[in-house]
Design a protein around this ligand. Structure first.
Ligand SMILES: O=C(O)CCC(=O)C(=O)O
Ligand SMILES: [Fe+2]
Length: 237
């Protein structure tokens, strides 16, 4: 069955997405996946054979709740989104690197970028499913897995706020040089995707651009259960 991912991505205003990302470090893609795709992905959590490893967050001080990294080959929907989102985001990524004075430029296809990761020893897939229950939360963090870092990542909310869970907001902070941190809450609904900065973003100052540091996490789930899928474009060591 064709998932028609390229048609969905063609309907998105990528200029606007790039502008939002540049201004805020995040942009929403409402309704990127269907309710039934959300349910299918969330149901995968119980199928251990799909995953290479499982992380219980409390054991590492990452928060409370757990997640699992898919192994290769990734489920079709995740694989297609990862491959098709990359070329839409690579222009923004290269622009950001130029503005931030970073030498690295990213190749046109995800295949070429993943080959670079693998050559650098980052061979383990990073797409993951996260599961939270009442009281769980995810501490502010950055998804860095080695020297190869693609500066944007995508998060898909698989559960519906107010129905499946309460609380559990997706939050980001932006740490600016010599200033207090700026908090942000992303108003995600089931099926929405957020494109977010992995590590930092450029900010236009009066004397050229500088970098601000971003982190993301999830506030405490007050009730119910919350599932997300994360798509990081670099692989892990
Ligand atoms: O559950 C969430 O919304 C956070 C997911 C996350 O940290 C990620 O996808 O990198
Ligand atoms: Fe994350």
């Amino acid at each position: 069955m064709s998932l028609d991912i390229s048609a969905r991505l063609s309907a998105i205003d990528w200029q606007q997405t790039g502008d939002e990302l540049g201004a805020e470090g995040h942009a929403l893609l409402p309704g990127l996946i269907t309710t039934s795709e959300c349910a299918q992905l969330a149901a995968m959590y119980g199928n251990e054979s799909l995953f290479r490893s499982r992380v219980v967050m409390a054991r590492h001080g990452f928060g409370q709740g757990e997640y699992q990294y898919f192994h290769y080959p990734l489920p079709d929907l995740i694989a297609q989104l990862r491959e098709a989102l990359y070329p839409r985001l690579v222009t923004i990524a290269n622009h950001w690197h130029a503005l931030m004075g970073l030498d690295t430029r990213f190749p046109a296809t995800h295949q070429a970028f993943i080959e670079r990761c693998h050559a650098a020893g980052q061979q383990r897939p990073t797409p993951l499913l996260l599961r939270y229950g009442p009281g769980d939360y995810n501490c502010l963090h950055q998804d860095l897995y080695g020297d190869e870092v693609f500066p944007l990542q995508v998060v898909l909310l698989l559960s519906e706020p107010g129905r499946d869970f309460d609380g559990g907001e997706f939050v980001m902070t932006e740490q600016r040089p010599r200033m207090q941190s700026r908090p942000m809450v992303l108003p995600l609904r089931q099926g929405d995707a957020a494109v977010i900065a992995v590590h930092h973003r450029p900010v236009q100052g009066t004397r050229g651009s500088y970098r601000v540091n971003l982190r993301h996490g999830v506030s405490r789930i007050r009730s119910g259960s919350r599932f997300t899928a994360g798509i990081v474009f670099h692989d892990a060591t």
